[in-house]
Design a protein around this ligand. Structure first.
Ligand code: HEC
Ligand code: HEC
Length: 355
């Protein structure tokens, strides 16, 4: 049938066909504009690490991280000049000196590193997701108790309105309820915190056979990974934390905040237990322990060597092989163990996250 058409008809048909194609293309272009909006952040899980504990309501995007990073260091959120970095100081691997809780008891500021690989947050593991933390606790210092001034400050800012638009598709900050605004701020802040991944310490490079450890560091490593020091049972590779709770023998009697995990579960077995903190970057994050009772790593090692106290809930690892009598580390052993702990420092991370 095609063959029967005259040359002219064929040309006309072709023309009509191309015109139809042209218009369909045009309409297609009009109907589906290229998708704008936040772009997925390329979160790389370091080799050997467990699966991250993401919050599916708060997907990490490049634009969310950029907003969170700017807010983290900005006084604009607070009514008293404070920033998140006042306590979570990048120069100390996002920790700092002591923070006094409302009750007057001291809670040490934990450092941020590899937080997405934790299964709970806070020393006693009260929180399942880090997103809950800024939302719940920082009302008086942050987010200004006068919500209108917070909204006005952000909406009048030269850059924030477009950053909120890019990260969370907020066209008008004034149109958000206060709760919606706080949620977006918290989500952005935690997206940034989740990007603080460390896996390139001297020890990691040693594991990858890129360098050798000094003789002292090697002696320290043996103490750490054998029954002699027995640190590795709780401070387990690769996080140097085990996502579990232990009483490591700091006290014999546990009162108020020192009751630790008990305050979350109300199980008497949990009195004095705390989430094992990571030892990555530990050289930089003193003071140490949930209440910051030890100023230096020397004090920490002296405690593990000869200061462990017995109680009903003390971890069996702390008492086995007559350990309550002490680890019997001499001055040289202790120095070697500290030298080894310092191989957990990740200079690349520190350089990258310098503010
Ligand atoms: C005044 C000091 C202070 C400021 C400012 C502060 N924090 Fe904290 N932060 C703490 C303390 C103390 C803890 C530990 C509380 C606990 O475990 O009971 C903590 C814990 C956290 C944790 C959980 C960490 C973990 O490993 O369990 C996150 C996440 C966090 N803060 C985020 C933020 C963000 C985001 C900001 C800014 C909005 C901020 N913090 C501002 C003191 C502070
Ligand atoms: C039974 C489990 C367990 C063992 C074994 C153990 N730790 Fe710990 N470690 C913990 C817990 C839990 C904490 C937090 C306790 C607290 O803050 O109350 C902690 C805290 C620390 C801290 C302070 C961390 C910080 O961020 O403040 C250092 C440093 C440390 N341990 C090093 C070691 C070394 C070195 C060894 C071996 C000699 C060791 N630990 C053995 C469970 C353990």
């Amino acid at each position: 049938m095609y063959l029967l058409l005259s040359k002219r008809k064929v040309i006309t048909l072709c023309l009509v066909f191309s015109l139809i194609q042209f218009f369909t293309n045009c309409t297609e272009r009009i109907v589906t504009p290229p998708q704008a909006g936040p772009t997925k952040y390329d979160f790389k899980v370091p080799g050997g690490f467990p699966l991250p504990n993401f919050n599916h309501d708060n997907q990490i995007t490049n634009e969310g991280v950029a907003l969170g990073k700017m807010l983290f260091y900005d006084q604009i959120l607070s009514s008293n000049g404070m920033t998140c970095s006042s306590c979570h100081d990048p120069a100390k691997s996002f920790s700092s000196g002591n923070f006094v809780a409302g009750s007057g008891e001291k809670i040490n500021v934990p450092h941020f590193i590899n937080l997405s690989f934790n299964k709970s947050y806070f020393w006693n593991g009260l929180h399942r997701f880090p997103e809950e933390i800024p939302l719940r606790y920082f009302e008086s210092e942050f987010f200004d108790t006068n919500k209108d001034s917070l909204i006005n400050r952000l909406a009048a800012h030269a850059i924030y309105p477009s950053m909120f638009k890019n990260a969370f598709d907020v066209s008008n900050i004034y149109a958000l309820t206060y709760d919606q605004l706080k949620q977006k701020i918290s989500f952005g802040l935690i997206q940034y915190v989740r990007t603080l991944v460390s896996a390139n310490s001297k020890f990691d490079q040693f594991r990858q056979k890129k360098l050798v450890l000094s003789p002292e560091e090697q002696i320290g490593m043996v103490i750490f990974f054998t029954e002699k020091g027995d640190c590795f049972h709780c401070h387990t590779e690769p996080l140097f934390a085990d996502n579990d709770y232990h009483n490591n023998g700091l006290d014999s009697v546990y009162e108020s905040l020192n009751k630790g995990r008990f305050l979350v579960t109300q199980h008497s077995d949990d009195i004095g237990k705390f989430r094992t903190p990571t030892l990555r970057n530990i050289e930089l994050t003193g003071p140490y322990m949930h209440d910051g009772r030890f100023k230096t790593l020397d004090e920490v090692i002296d405690f593990y060597n000869s200061g462990v106290k017995n109680s009903n809930t003390i971890d069996p690892i702390m008492t086995k092989n007559q350990k309550l009598k002490g680890l019997n580390l001499n001055v040289y052993d202790k120095a070697c163990l500290i030298a080894f702990l310092k191989t957990f420092t990740d200079s690349e991370f520190m350089e990258k996250h310098k503010n």
